[in-house]
Design a protein around this ligand. Structure first.
Ligand SMILES: *[C@@H]1O[C@H](CO)[C@@H](O)[C@H](O)[C@H]1NC(C)=O
Ligand SMILES: *[C@@H]1O[C@H](CO)[C@@H](O)[C@H](O)[C@H]1NC(C)=O
Length: 334
């Protein structure tokens, strides 16, 4: 893939008429024209088949992202609003002063991974399978604490290497709460307001951190709302922000602890994901049936949703597992 990009660059740059002096000018011109035509179409074919760091493969679809957030993400009105605003603002800005850094918080199964996927799909033609989108999972990529120094330099090199190849690269860090606090330190300079570092500019890049940290506090706010008899949809970012930043600051296991990422304001947005209710689980179940090629069956999905765990125990308001378990659970009911 990379070879194709180099070929394209070479074809685009090389001068075609140089070095063919002995042949008469008219033939040379004719040949050059033919060659140029051939190379131009060859170039287009390459662009078409091989992902390159070019607008053919990387362009932001705001309508698409809004549509996806409105129709495919359930129960997350605050997150949807913040994400759309943040990503649109960043992608429209031709001269951002720093990369976009988002930190998504909430319990598992509330849609953090899913939202990252939606963002990727509306920027990169190939979505999550784009070679410019990189997903790092704490337990898979950086499992052993004793190797932290190796991981640090590895991560630094990966980010630098990939941004050098394509400035519009996206890096997703899953399980931030399980990351060694020092790891993120190693890429902190890349998240900062520098014009460039060693000749590489990181200002077009996107960093997304996913974390369960702060989840408990978000749940508490949601529970208080519910106990006060207020509508879930009344909840706003400001109602959740304090709870979130307090828990991220003070939590040793947030992955951010002592990184200075927060006090230097390098995180542009902290995005809260609310605990899901029964009705959202049903929505997830119905769309899962569709994506598995079944006819959506409300009765089946409700049976499955009913058998899941909810809390508080008496009132059964919020789902414990969220939508994450649905793909496997559903198989027992279909
Ligand atoms: C953007 O997304 C919308 C909705 O998904 C889709 O209809 C449209 O074709 C997309 N536009 C481009 C340029 O891909
Ligand atoms: C880009 O990142 C991947 C990990 O996602 C890594 O394996 C690869 O070596 C990096 N590329 C460069 C050129 O550093």
């Amino acid at each position: 893939m990379r070879l194709a990009c180099w070929l394209v660059m070479f074809a685009g740059c090389c001068s075609l008429t140089a070095g063919i002096e002995p042949i008469s000018t008219s033939i040379a011109v004719g040949m050059a024209a033919a060659l140029t035509g051939f190379l131009a179409s060859y170039q287009n074919v390459l662009y078409y088949f091989h992902e390159c760091c070019r607008p053919e493969w990387i362009s932001f679809n705001k309508t698409g992202l809004k549509y996806d957030l409105d129709t495919k993400l359930y129960g997350q009105h605050v997150a949807a609003q913040v994400i759309l605003k943040a990503v649109t603002g960043f992608m429209k800005n031709e001269n951002p002063k720093k990369p976009l850094v988002l930190s998504l918080h909430g319990w598992t199964g509330t849609g953090k991974n899913f939202v990252s996927q939606l963002i990727a799909e509306n920027i990169y033609e190939k979505g999550m399978s784009s070679s410019f989108v990189h997903l790092f999972t704490a337990t898979a990529h950086f499992p052993h604490e004793m190797h932290i120094n190796t991981y640090k330099s590895q991560l630094q090199n990966w980010v630098k290497g990939n941004v050098t190849i394509c400035p519009r690269s996206m890096f997703i860090f899953d399980e931030m709460d399980k990351m060694h606090p020092g790891l993120i330190d190693s890429i902190k300079p890349y998240l900062d307001f520098y014009e460039s570092l060693d000749g590489v500019s990181y200002r077009q890049a996107i960093f997304i951190f996913l974390s369960n940290a702060g989840g408990e506090n978000i749940v508490q706010v949601a529970l208080d709302f519910w106990r006060d008899g207020r509508e879930r949809e009344e909840m706003q970012l400001k109602d959740l922000e304090t709870a979130l930043s307090l828990s991220v600051f003070n939590n040793r296991n947030s992955g951010f602890w002592h990184t200075g990422l927060i006090d230097k304001n390098l995180v542009d947005f902290f995005v809260p994901f609310l605990p899901l209710e029964y009705k959202h689980i049903v929505q997830c179940g119905l769309s899962e049936m569709v994506s598995k090629g079944h006819v959506p069956d409300k009765e089946v999905v409700e049976m499955m949703a009913h058998d899941l765990n909810y809390f508080p125990k008496e009132e059964r308001v919020f789902s414990m597992q969220g939508c994450k378990v649905i793909p496997s659970r559903l198989d027992f009911y279909v």
